[in-house]
Design a protein around this ligand. Structure first.
Ligand code: THU
Length: 130
């Protein structure tokens, strides 16, 4: 299954009664396995989680730790980018060269690298004195 197919297939399971903005995400790990996630909102709005976070949680729970590729899809006028927090979450498990493909349900797409999405990323190296 392609990563786009995996993200597209999972998107309808998003729980997004407040924003009505359903997002699907799929990650291919370096082992080749695919992990899917959807956004899960909450009536206490800040408690909601993004699709990317769900896919990362599934990957970690399965015992994989490195991301090889990411795809995110939503019904958006322009390819949907991961939020700032999700960029940092992806960067935790992906090399800067890893490709993230941002998609719309009507076929638009844009592929960016993790480094392009999060220039100046905070890393463990910044804590070298700790
Ligand atoms: N959302 C994601 O799940 N991923 C993104 O990349 C952008 C935003 C979700 C969060 C919230 O449930 C809804 O989309 C509207 O912000």
């Amino acid at each position: 299954m392609s990563l786009l197919d995996a993200a597209t297939a999972i998107r309808p399971r998003a729980y997004a009664p407040y924003s009505r903005f359903q997002v699907g995400a799929a990650i291919r790990s370096t082992s080749g396995a695919i992990y899917q996630g959807v956004n899960v909102e909450n009536v206490a709005y800040p408690e909601g989680t993004c699709a990317e976070a769900g896919a990362i949680a599934a990957m970690i729970a399965a015992g994989d730790t490195r991301i090889a590729e990411v795809c995110v899809i939503a019904d958006s006028p322009a390819p949907v980018p991961p939020c700032g927090g999700c960029r940092q979450k992806i960067a935790e498990f992906a090399d800067p060269t890893v490709k993230v493909t941002l998609c719309t349900t009507d076929g638009k797409s844009l592929t960016m690298t993790v480094a392009e999405l999060l220039p100046g990323v905070f890393t463990a190296a910044h804590m070298a004195k700790v």
